[in-house]
Ligand binder design. Structure first.
Ligand SMILES: NC(=O)c1ccc[n+]([C@@H]2O[C@H](COP(=O)([O-])OP(=O)(O)OC[C@H]3O[C@@H](n4cnc5c(N)ncnc54)[C@H](OP(=O)(O)O)[C@@H]3O)[C@@H](O)[C@H]2O)c1
Length: 379
């Protein structure tokens, strides 16, 4: 399917035309959402059956760390799921900045070669012996560990997958599992945003940034967003940013100071890192929260404790993985995310799709700041 036709399908999804509400939605419970089970031509045999031929699938592999060119499209062998595991045929794979960190070696992959990717939606094609609760044909999503979603099929622990409600388009779900659960824990748990707060979101038109702005607005906060150009500024405005700063042209600290009449903001969500960290601290009000959750521009320099003392600031460097440790935490985060999408509070922007085989091009564009919203790879 061509890129254009994929885009058209996504943007004609009725979910996307719903308006962003400025009030907190009534959330349905996760268990009340109808799920998808695909009655199809998939194998229904459990993995305990014997298979003579090794099963091969296409996947992106990294044999050496480096630039986007190290992402190679190869045949890899995939086994049968063991006890507690499922095999999933991916329909759509979310691209995340963390994939760039692993490719470059900023974060260390467990081994070389490895298949990158930490987010996907697909159909269960086999279940491990003795597994209950998951069936062949289920549409499931996952985000986080284990790495390896840049593949036509992958094996996953059943405890890491969640069912995708039938109200959510699979491509939307794949684009938003990791980014959306990140927005959920950042706004609802790490620092609890409330009506009347003023929040600063860097890279406001990015995958996570777009969701933070919409959700922050819906929670009743005044949202200040930074972006690198006018096109991204227009998107951030649509996403509910009350004030937009083009930080490549203006000094964002001065602008935040003016917008808040010198008071500063309750919280900064800073995923840019090196280029913004120091300025972000300067934007905070007394007892404000510095939430440093990424480093798209590079790792921030070490912070002396004294830089927090002047305003009694809080500093945290959170990761989604530590906020979805238990199965209950995972189901709660995914459930709140899916219901927030279904109710129209979040308008998920899948602005770019690439064939999975062209993951290198997708990485190149993400790193060059050419993308906005979510990027999805289609196997
Ligand atoms: N801690 C966690 O659990 C967690 C989870 C998910 C994501 N994250 C982090 O959240 C951030 C956003 O992830 P994402 O996947 O949604 O990516 P993204 O925001 O769509 O892309 C990164 C954006 O950062 C901005 N940026 C600023 N300086 C940059 C530079 N030197 N190089 C590249 N980009 C730069 C760009 O926006 P402008 O052009 O507008 O500047 C760019 O579009 C990443 O840092 C990621 O590591 C953290």
């Amino acid at each position: 399917m061509s890129l254009i036709s994929i885009r058209l399908i996504r943007f004609h999804n009725p979910l996307l035309s719903l308006l962003i509400s400025s009030t907190q939605p009534k959330l349905k419970t996760f268990s009340s959402i109808p799920l998808i089970r695909v009655a199809a031509t998939l194998t229904t045999k459990a993995s305990s059956s014997l298979s003579a031929e090794p099963k091969m699938v296409k996947a992106i592999r990294v044999h050496e760390l480096g630039g986007p060119q190290v992402l190679k499209w190869e045949d890899v062998e995939i086994g049968e799921p063991k006890e507690g595991e499922v095999r999933v045929r991916n329909k759509a794979i979310g691209l995340n900045f963390i994939d760039v960190y692993f490719r470059k070696g900023v974060y260390k992959a467990p081994s070389l070669p490895f298949t990158p990717g930490m987010e996907a939606v697909g159909i269960v094609t086999a279940v491990g012996a003795g597994l209950t609760g998951r069936q062949v044909g289920d549409l499931v999503a996952y985000a986080g560990q284990p790495m390896g979603s840049y593949a036509e099929e992958q094996i996953l622990p059943a405890s890491k997958v969640v069912p995708v409600p039938s109200s959510i388009d699979p491509v939307i779900a794949a684009s938003v599992m990791l980014k959306g659960m990140t927005a959920q824990f950042l706004l609802r748990r790490c620092f609890k945003v409330e009506r009347g707060h003023t929040i600063l979101v860097h890279a406001a038109a990015g995958g996570v940034g777009s969701l933070l702005c919409q959700w922050g607005n819906a929670l009743g906060a005044t949202v200040i967003g930074t972006v690198s150009n006018k096109e991204k500024a227009a998107q951030a405005k649509e996403d509910g940013c009350h004030h937009i700063i083009i930080y490549t042209e203006e000094d964002f600290v001065t602008s935040v100071n003016e917008i808040t009449s010198g008071n500063g903001v309750e919280v900064v969500y800073d995923s840019v890192g090196k280029d913004t960290f120091e300025g972000s601290l300067a934007c905070l009000k007394v007892r404000g929260y510095m939430v440093s959750f990424g480093q798209s521009s590079g790792s921030p320099d070490p912070v002396p404790l004294s830089s927090l003392a002047a305003k009694s600031l809080f500093l945290t460097r959170p990761s989604l993985m530590q906020y979805v440790v238990t199965r209950d935490e995972l189901l709660e985060a995914a459930g709140e995310l899916f219901t927030t999408i279904a109710s129209g509070v979040l308008k998920v922007r899948v602005n770019h799709t690439y064939p999975l085989s062209e993951a290198a091009k997708a990485h190149e564009d993400l790193e060059a700041r050419k993308t906005s919203g979510s990027v999805v790879l289609i196997p």
